[in-house]
Design a binder for this molecule. Structure first.
Ligand code: NAG
Ligand code: NAG
Ligand code: NAG
Ligand code: NAG
Ligand code: NAG
Ligand code: CU
Length: 823
């Protein structure tokens, strides 16, 4: 029971009875202190022995428990339920400091600002990049776009960590867009070592001209120039946009060109950037409303290094076109030879309101919504340790990092001092859209080209629980030439609030409350916000989860679209629209998928592993024996049924790819042939995709060569330093001539007893519905790495659990005295 004192200077809490492990908390915002002091009181009631305990606390408002958290609810109007009768003091929980200071070198940690500065200075002093920043960078500049941590060769790392090899040193990889050379291109360099000696080595890892300048991403340098080139066009189109789009114009910022309509063309040598107009009133700092796209679009041909040569064509209005020039479009519009759109007057003013997602004041709060939601606290502080970017918890150890382009990764993952994985790294996120509009029909993205890892910190009170700890990420901002370092890696132990395992028999009962260590890293890429989470479990399971939230991409909803079903016979959207649902006045939620591709380099005990698929079959009993004992020709008599389930084991001999198929279940396992458990089984880990989605786009789609990795939920290849990622960053922009097609990795090499990499792709298909407006609720996918004959038994009995044995033996989790949350 919770009692809240209206005066606000003190609060009482009382626990009468309850079950084992009842945690409860109450919070109060001290009256008169705006956004002020948050006080938490927790008590633990009961234990395995069942001894009753009554705790009451009286707390003076105290600055020592002040938190920076936003989103603190205002003083509630709730009436006090109960006043404490016998108040006693509760002390603030002892906080065990998880941070261990370290002078050790870190091989994988994100680059520091200093390291990036050193890389940039060195590239300038060697004349590889121009010393220009911000608006002085043009498409004719040689400019540095990314600096990322470069991971050393695995052999060197393993020798250093597990043998007597030398420290390989920290290196950076840098991408330079060379608009200033002929022919213009994109170069990549490895630079280092950054943390020893004083001379940096710069090694180009691409050939001049290998990556044409035209395959780069669409960045602000290009976009800002495009905006200038479009000025005269905007003037021509003014009468049309004013009439069509509720009197909006470009100059006020109410109309804005969105330049990211998928790849700039089909051909990597010609760069045709499609831009679409949308309503963007009142937006600041480059933010964009993407929920109000308008049916006016064009192409700017930015192939030439000289922006005077950039030509504009393919004007479309309500899917009508192409018009060669703005004048042509305007003429057709004025003559009335094309269909017209006229947004109702006042519509423009509704855009921002619908876009901002603050509380809807027009709706009453839900009952009890002003009571804070439950939260977790750590009575004796965190159970993990953080040493730089090396994390330890309950037998697990690993290093966590983020990369500006590819996103989060963990390295050197061990459980109970046994190696499990060398690397689990997000490589790319791909989306293919469908839309019946000139503007957005061709949209597909490989997000790594734009950078998955531009981390900008967390939203307090949302992203990371109060008892968590944050550590640094960094990325390079080419406009300022500086690192952006933020605390974006959230580390916390999560209360599973239920059994990891339990058994309640007649004469005894036992169980272990679940908890896991979570590393959560989130960033925004355009309209979507993505999280990657690594969940380390007490039994050796390791789940990698991905979540997508944020804004869907929309296209203009055209109620009179002549390509759609017949409105006068059936006006339901299902009958009219093959590409999704109408989700707003003029918004259409485009169908798409999200496919997350990971590099999963398992090293089960050591790098030399094999890949075994265990097929979960069913059929005639005699079939079950076919492979192992061909001499059995008829069903053994002791089988009552003619049919049965059985397994078929397959040691995959050469590089291969697999898909999830609910109708053909299988365990995909990575095993070590040289190490067996007590029962003779090869010790291994199973890879369990938590996805039912697989890439269903037909191979003939032009994007498929660039994203062919997504055809397999799990593919296995022999590990090579020359195959660091599952695609090439730039292939989405050279679809006709890809260099990183995943199929080139599947070239038939032996994978038995080799160092293997599995490439795991999981995701969701997304048919946006009205509930995706204005915000998509986090959708989730992922995969689990599960010990599979890795141990001899369940590996959980080295912890303090609950046990009430028949012999009177009573065990319980670590005891503690109630204390105040200390976060
Ligand atoms: C609680 O602790 C404060 C500070 O030590 C003390 O002044 C106060 O008297 C205590 N109150 C009770 C009820 O013990
Ligand atoms: C651009 O160059 C001009 C002239 O050299 C200089 O004054 C200005 O500060 C530069 N702007 C930026 C953003 O670096
Ligand atoms: C696009 O620009 C390039 C380079 O200026 C030019 O060769 C090409 O013809 C242009 N394409 C179109 C369709 O105008
Ligand atoms: C739609 O259906 C109505 C009724 O069957 C018909 O009269 C009309 O011609 C149809 N319109 C189109 C565009 O097919
Ligand atoms: C099993 O197969 C045998 C031989 O075909 C058949 O005679 C028998 O009826 C089958 N039994 C069942 C339970 O289907
Ligand atoms: Cu989506």
């Amino acid at each position: 029971m919770i009692s809240v004192d209206e005066g606000g200077t003190k609060t009482g809490i009382r626990f009468r009875d309850g079950c084992f492990f009842l945690f409860a908390g109450a919070f109060l915002l001290a009256a008169g202190v705006v956004g002020g002091i948050l006080i938490g009181i927790y008590a633990y009631h009961g234990g395995p022995s069942g001894n009753k305990m009554q705790v009451e606390c009286l707390v003076q408002s105290s600055n020592s428990v002040n938190k920076q958290t936003t989103a603190v609810p205002q003083q509630t109007t709730q009436k006090p339920i109960n006043h404490p009768t016998n108040p006693t003091n509760c002390s603030v929980c002892n906080k065990r400091d998880p941070f261990i200071s370290s002078i050790d070198y870190e091989l994988f940690a994100p680059l520091t600002g200093k390291e990036m500065q050193r890389v940039r200075s060195e590239l300038i002093s060697r004349g590889i990049i121009d010393n220009t920043l911000g608006s002085n960078i043009t498409v004719q500049s040689n400019y540095l776009t990314t600096i990322d941590i470069h991971t050393p060769n695995k052999a060197d790392v393993l020798k250093y960590k597990y043998g007597n090899g030398v420290y390989p040193g920290r290196h950076a990889t840098a991408t330079v867009y060379r608009g200033g050379v002929l022919p213009p291109d994109i170069m990549e360099y490895v630079i280092g070592p950054l943390d020893k000696g004083d001379s940096l080595q710069i090694t180009p890892v691409t050939m001049p001209g290998e990556n044409a300048f035209t395959v780069r991403n669409i960045d602000d340098v290009e976009v800002n120039t495009i905006f200038k080139v479009l000025r005269p066009i905007e003037a021509v189109l003014l009468p049309l946009v004013r009439e069509s789009f509720d009197n909006a114009d470009f100059q006020s910022g109410d109309l804005h060109w969105l330049p990211h309509q998928g790849p700039p063309g089909l051909n990597g040598k010609i760069r045709e950037v499609k831009l679409q107009v949308h309503l963007n009133p009142g937006m600041k700092d480059g933010d964009e409303h993407t929920l109000d796209m308008l049916p006016l679009a064009l192409i700017v041909n930015t192939t030439s290094q000289n922006s005077n040569d950039w030509n504009i064509y393919n004007f479309h209005y309500l899917n009508q076109g192409p018009f060669a020039t703005a004048q042509d479009l305007l003429q057709a519009y004025n003559r009335g030879t094309i269909r017209k759109l006229k947004l109702p007057s006042g519509y423009r003013d509704t855009v921002a309101k619908r876009y901002y997602t603050g509380r809807d004041d027009s709706k009453p709060l839900r009952a009890n919504a002003n009571i804070p939601s439950p939260r977790t606290y750590e009575p004796k502080g965190p159970r993990y340790t953080i040493k730089g970017h090396t994390i330890g918890w309950m037998g697990w150890s690993f290093e966590v990092t983020t990369r500006m382009m590819r996103g989060p990764a963990i390295f050197d993952v061990k459980f109970k001092n046994q190696r499990v994985s060398y690397e689990i790294a997000l490589n790319d996120i791909v989306l293919i859209y469908g839309s019946d509009s000139f503007e957005r029909e061709n949209m597909f993205y490989t997000d790594a080209l734009y950078g998955i890892g531009s981390y900008s910190g967390t939203i307090p009170g949302v992203d990371c629980p109060e008892h968590g700890n944050l550590i640094d990420t960094s990325y390079y901002d080419f406009s300022t030439g500086k690192a952006v370092t933020t605390k974006s890696i959230c580390i916390f132990e999560s209360d599973g609030e239920g059994p990891l395992w339990r058994h309640k028999a007649n004469g005894y009962q036992s169980g272990l409350r679940d908890s896991c260590l979570i590393v959560r890293i989130g960033s925004r890429i355009g309209n979507y916000d993505y999280f990657v989470e690594f969940h380390f479990k007490l039994d050796g399971n390791l789940a990698t989860k991905v979540k997508a939230t944020g804004l869907i991409a929309t296209s203009f909803w055209d109620k009179d679209n002549p390509n759609h079903g017949n409105l006068s016979t059936d006006d339901s959207p299902e009958a009219r629209d093959p590409f999704g649902f109408r989700v707003g006045d003029y918004s259409h939620g485009m169908i798409h998928d999200h496919m997350f591709g990971f590099k999963v380099d398992l090293d089960v005990l050591d790098p030399m592993n094999s890949f075994e698929v265990i097929h979960f079959k069913s059929g005639e009993v005699v079939d079950a024996f076919k492979k192992m004992k061909p001499s059995i020709k008829t069903k053994p008599k002791y089988f009552r049924y003619n049919h049965t389930r059985y397994l078929e084991y397959e040691t995959v001999q050469t590089e291969s790819g697999f898909r999830v198929n609910p109708m053909a279940p299988k365990y995909m396992t990575v095993v070590n042939e040289n190490h067996r458990n007590k029962w003779g089984a090869k010790r291994g880990y199973a890879i369990v995709p938590m996805t039912s989605a697989t890439q269903t786009m037909v191979d003939a789609h032009p994007a498929m060569n660039a994203i062919s990795f997504s055809k397999y939920n799990c593919a296995v290849t022999k590990r090579k330093e020359s195959e660091p990622y599952l695609n090439s960053l730039f292939d989405a922009h050279r679809m006709e001539n890809t260099k990183g097609d995943f199929s080139r990795l599947l070239d038939g090499e032996n994978i038995v007893n080799e160092d293997l990499v599995t490439w795991v792709t999981v995701g969701v298909v997304h048919i946006p519905s009205s509930e995706d407006m204005p915000m998509t609720i986090a959708i989730e996918s992922g995969f689990v790495l599960k010990p599979f004959n890795f141990f001899d038994t369940t590996e959980v009995y080295d912890q303090l659990q609950v046990y009430n044995g028949q012999d009177g033996d009573v065990q319980h989790p670590p005891a503690f005295t109630p204390c105040l949350e200390n976060n």
